[in-house]
Design a protein around this ligand. Structure first.
Ligand code: SAM
Ligand code: SF4
Length: 324
């Protein structure tokens, strides 16, 4: 099978596919005023998704993450998961805010979902409500329990924020003491819309690694094909902490993922500009060869790394737009 490889010898077995820009939450760092429709909702159809995923599959991609916006606002999410499974993808992951998890996780797993990341920035009900705009922590946690019972590989995503650091680390440590789940803290990223918020809330990833180091947690050796997250373990805890620190030097060296937006643009970097439009080649099955060639040809344009630390965050207004 062919592989996707860029000019720096990095391989890309992992696709993050956004299926909508819409979301029902109002996370303070992402869509603080709620989602506003700026253009018609002509997001990729199930057929278009099937074609793009088959093309990436033929290029060695074996993991696809569905994201957004909030992917579960799409009424045809089950058909989308099934289409990705039909393309022969082994790992099918979903990143969700978890609002429908308790009701839907069974059907998603039935359709082929294997991995789940649920975004929970705090285990404190008040903080959760303040961050997301929704008093739904209990429902989301209930959904997570069901997902784990169903055998889905489940992780938490939490954004590292000045207001909740420390206290939040304690809460999650208690939570994972007897649960074999990983909670991954993502360093807050600057986007076009969040200048003031970023200024007020951004703290370095080392805030977490220092906290962990002082409490006996140690970094786990990484597999050669692992992505940019660093995981930490502790002999007294079943769960793990993870850290995604895009401002750290060397972060891009292990980049293993590509993105396709909900409107069918291939994005080579979360913090890049523009993208390679694939949509005209997603209309008929007979365009498959041209599609594969356009995708693999685009890889030569992938930069060695982003320039986030120099304040260059690309043209993304908020991560809901490209899928985080
Ligand atoms: N709605 C889904 C969710 O929240 O899980 C999927 C889309 S969301 C854009 C994907 C991830 O990006 C979430 O874990 C969210 O917390 C994270 N995120 C959003 N904006 C961010 C920012 N400015 N910096 C760091 N992470 C961010
Ligand atoms: Fe919605 Fe996810 Fe953005 Fe929160 S982080 S506003 S849930 S897209």
């Amino acid at each position: 099978m062919r592989h996707l490889e860029d000019g720096f010898g990095r391989r890309f077995p992992y696709l993050r596919l956004s299926i909508t820009e819409a979301c029902n939450f109002r996370c303070t760092y992402c869509l603080p005023n709620g989602y506003r429709k700026r253009a018609p909702h002509d997001f990729l159809s199930v057929d278009e998704i099937a074609r793009v995923v088959r093309a990436f599959r033929s290029l060695g991609v074996h993991k696809v993450r569905l994201t957004g916006g909030e992917p579960s606002v799409r009424g045809d999410l089950i058909d989308i998961i099934a289409a990705v499974a039909d393309a022969g993808v082994e790992k099918i992951a979903l990143t969700t805010n978890g609002w429908t998890l308790a009701r839907r996780v069974e059907a998603w797993a039935e359709a082929g979902l294997t991995h789940l990341n649920v975004s929970i920035d705090s285990l404190d009900q008040e903080s959760f409500t303040a961050i997301t705009g929704h008093d739904r922590l209990a429902e989301v946690l209930d959904g997570i329990e069901r997902a784990m019972e169903r055998g889905l590989h489940t992780k938490f995503n939490a954004v590292l924020l000045r207001d909740t650091q420390g206290k939040c680390f304690e809460e999650f440590a208690d939570f994972i003491r007897f649960r074999p789940v990983s909670v991954r803290f993502i360093e807050l990223m600057r986007t076009g819309d969040n200048a003031d918020y970023f200024q007020a809330q951004h703290v370095r990833g080392s805030t977490l690694s220092d906290w962990l180091g002082a409490r006996g947690w140690s970094a786990v050796a990484r597999a050669a094909d692992a992505g940019p997250a660093i995981e930490y373990e502790h002999p007294d805890y079943l769960g793990r902490f993870g850290l995604i620190a895009p401002y750290a030097s060397g972060f891009c060296d292990t980049c293993n993922r590509l993105r396709v937006t909900a409107r069918g643009k291939l994005r080579l970097c979360l913090f890049g500009e523009g993208g390679v439009d694939l949509r005209d080649l997603l209309q008929e099955d007979r365009q498959a060869t041209a599609l594969v060639e356009r995708i693999s040809g685009a890889l030569s344009g992938k930069a060695r790394g982003h320039d986030l630390a120099k304040g260059q965050y690309g043209d993304t207004r908020q991560l809901a737009e490209v899928g985080g």
